[in-house]
Design a protein around this ligand. Structure first.
Ligand code: ZN
Length: 537
């Protein structure tokens, strides 16, 4: 028994960066992988955000069907209480479930929303878990002790550490803190590789999947060092050093990918994919300030004067703190989380405040029109590239939990939700932000050599992996097996099979699991990471 399919997740990987690194010799193995396999841009879901995007990749379903829209989750459309999303919020079967149901073994390492760990046949080490909770978070129960015996095992660096994340939040404003922070991520990927190697050598799983999230984190904080052209003249020595260390991170990652491919052998299908792409962001759009200026949102003068905007709140409560500052008698539209670029419209009940049912469509159309017409005061350019309507972007049984409107900013970045005197402000330095098109690479039996098949959907990855495992693709999956990736001969020998599917979805099944998955320690650690990445102010 060996690995049939290896899925290497590179969080936030984008071809503009990877192709340049291959061209300058930093990622020689990836260059060979591309020559021996097939590639495509990978169009992600709206919004291009880590938790819903990975969930779509491993379920083959869009957010309206799987129920994950953000790092955060509201329990009902009217609720202003938010909590962190967890594995319990995924309402449809994952690849891990499908492989387990087919009698196969699964290893899933560092995927977000695998906490609490699904009870697969095999191994799960969840991502986004504080290191002190890692022992209890792993599946099966004895896995942590097994890993602890590995030479060099360092849970504090493998998982999340509040102190390390906090140091980055404060530290990366200081030049001398960049180098240790980048080197730490190089070590972290090495720790995940060690876990992968141990499990693959001692108990290989048919489906083995690992996420390396340093790609996303480096691109968030160090975009200008990662994306710099060869020969860039750096003003300061620390900048040149940060650039060199970013290249070193990718050189090291290339070596890890090469050894992973060697370990699974040439009979395995290897898929390398990202959850979204990346690009530069130079400005911040203060969306609640815009709504206020237009008269759609009102801050409570009393609450602002008292400064009782929930500063004492801890964990996820910090995100919702600005909702305590709003005057709900006079607010008709607001943005509630800093991560999803979503705007919610307050619906009136009876004669109460908000937008009455009969006026909803006209009100929403007006908002869309005004958002698309808004210009950057400094440049005269449009601020908002696209506005996605709830029912168009999120069809499915969970549609009502999604924002009424989701913005794609022209700058590619994320909104700020805090009160502000300005509509737009410049970032102190160019940062990295998510983009809709990530990467897809595949190599293995029957995969065409050197093929570029253009663009695939992130929803095509799960069908492709099920096919690679020799399983039927359930009818309700929204993507397809990209047959253009394969030699015609190979498809004749192993035709794509479709299955009946699991039947109708039952959102009730997910809502029965609303028990909070996160304790105070988990919330604190996740909040620190969101602050580190610039999501939470
Ligand atoms: Zn991501």
């Amino acid at each position: 028994m060996g690995v049939k399919v290896l899925l290497i997740g590179l969080d936030g990987a984008t071809f503009s960066v990877l192709d340049a690194l291959v061209a300058r010799g930093v990622m020689p193995f990836l260059g060979r992988f591309l020559a021996e396999g097939a590639r495509a841009g990978l169009r992600t879901i709206v919004p291009p955000l880590t938790p819903p995007a990975w969930t779509s990749l491993v379920t083959g379903r869009s957010p309206g069907h799987h129920g994950v829209f953000d790092f955060f989750r509201m329990d009902s459309p009217a609720s202003r209480h938010i909590r962190f999303a967890s594995s319990r919020d995924i309402a449809v079967p994952t690849l891990w479930d499908a492989a387990t149901a087919a009698g196969m073994r699964v290893t899933a390492l560092n995927y977000c929303l695998t906490f609490p760990a699904p009870k697969v046949a095999g191994f799960v080490v969840p991502g986004w878990v504080p290191w002190r909770q890692l022992r209890l978070a792993c599946h099966p129960a004895d896995l942590f002790d097994r890993l602890k015996a590995l030479p060099g095992f360092e849970p504090r660096e493998l998982a999340m550490d509040v102190k390390l994340e906090e140091r980055a939040t404060e530290g990366c404003s200081r030049a001398e803190e960049y180098a240790p922070w980048i080197e730490f991520h190089t070590r972290r990927e090495r720790h995940w590789f060690d876990v992968f190697r141990h499990l693959t050598e001692t108990a290989p799983s048919d489906l083995t999947a690992v996420v390396f999230d340093g790609v996303d984190k480096l691109q968030h904080l160090c975009w200008r060092f990662v994306a710099a052209a060869p020969g860039t003249a750096w003003e300061h020595e620390w900048e040149r050093r940060a650039h060199e260390l970013c290249l070193e991170y990718f050189r090291h990652l290339d070596g890890i990918i090469e050894r992973m491919c060697q370990l699974v052998g040439s009979e395995a299908t290897v898929v390398i994919a990202s959850d979204h792409g990346f690009g530069p962001t130079r400005q911040v759009f203060h969306v609640n300030a815009w709504l206020e200026k237009r008269g759609y949102l009102a801050w409570s003068k009393e609450a602002l004067a008292r400064h009782d905007g929930g500063e004492a709140l801890l964990g996820v409560g910090q995100v919702a703190r600005h909702t305590f500052l709003m005057d709900w008698e006079r607010t008709r539209a607001f943005a509630t989380t800093p991560t999803s670029n979503g705007i919610f419209i307050v619906r009136a009940s009876g004669d109460g405040p908000g937008v009455p049912e009969a006026g909803y469509d006209a009100f929403r159309r007006q908002l869309v029109r005004e958002l698309l017409a808004e210009k950057d005061p400094a440049t005269g350019e449009a601020l908002v590239g696209q506005v996605h309507l709830r029912e168009e972007a999120f069809p499915g049984p969970f549609s009502s939990l999604a924002p009424d409107l989701t913005l794609s900013l022209a700058d590619g970045g994320l909104v700020s939700i805090l009160p502000s005197d300005r509509l737009v402000s410049a970032r102190p330095a160019v940062a990295g932000s998510h983009r809709p098109t990530g990467v897809f690479l595949a190599r293995g039996p029957g995969v065409r050599r050197g093929a570029d098949v253009g663009e695939l959907s992130i929803l095509d990855v799960a069908p492709m992996i099920l096919h690679g495992l020799g399983l039927a693709v359930p009818g309700e999956l929204e993507g397809r097996v990209p047959e253009e990736l394969f030699e015609p001969e190979a498809l004749r020998g192993k035709p794509v099979r479709t299955g009946a599917g699991a039947g109708a979805e039952a959102p009730a099944a997910a809502s029965a699991n609303y028990a909070p998955a996160f304790g105070a320690a988990e919330e604190e650690a996740v909040m620190k990471r969101l602050q580190e990445l610039g999501y939470v102010e």
